[in-house]
Unconditional design. Structure first.
Length: 188
């Protein structure tokens, strides 16, 4: 996620598909294949968000999101805003390129902190410019705006939902990022 955050921040859009289209070796603990897509790194962490949160009676929505936020706050190069942007971007990317397996999509845990935002993430706000979108669409791995328009429509009709668990109740189409993305696409 941090590599994508840096690539988006620095507008190195061609690096993003290279990071996301490759498979990564994950030491197998069962008979599953060892080569996994990037989404294997972002699954719901019940040991942290469920068990630990309950055991310590912390009453946090997501300890995982809290940990990612704390980690970004000590970074000298990347701030939490860019981490959230990358997390949301990876979520969008996973739905644009997903298989039929609902659980293979990215789990955008940091978007819990984005629900109070009044503005879209920078990469989506700048996409209102057709010249910027032409550069940025490379990162999304799409040729034109049609797949994004279709995805936004699915979110609006609630045909695509966030992963189950802590984000199950999060109304993704209500996030400013999703609304602004749809408006920007309509204007292109």
């Amino acid at each position: 996620m941090y590599a994508v955050a840096i690539a988006l921040k620095e507008e190195k859009f061609t690096a993003v598909p290279e990071l996301l289209q490759d498979f990564y070796y994950v030491s197998p603990h069962d008979s599953s294949p060892p080569m996994k897509p990037y989404t294997a790194y972002r699954k719901y962490l019940n040991s942290i968000d469920g068990t630990r949160n309950q055991r310590l009676k912390l009453r946090r929505h997501s300890l995982h999101a809290d940990m990612l936020k704390q980690r970004a706050e000590v970074s000298q190069y990347i701030d939490f805003e860019h981490v959230m942007q990358a997390d949301f971007f990876l979520f969008i990317y996973s739905f644009l390129h997903s298989t039929d397996d609902y659980f293979d999509n990215w789990f955008p845990v940091t978007t819990l902190y984005a629900t109070d935002r009044g503005a879209p993430f920078e990469v989506f706000a700048r996409s209102q410019s057709s010249s910027y979108f032409k550069k940025m669409k490379v990162a999304l791995g799409i040729e034109d705006k049609a797949p994004l328009v279709e995805l936004c429509d699915k979110f609006s009709r609630r045909e695509s939902h966030t992963p189950p668990g802590i984000l199950g109740a999060l109304n993704l189409p209500a996030l400013p990022q999703s609304k602004q993305l749809q408006r920007n696409l309509e204007e292109l």
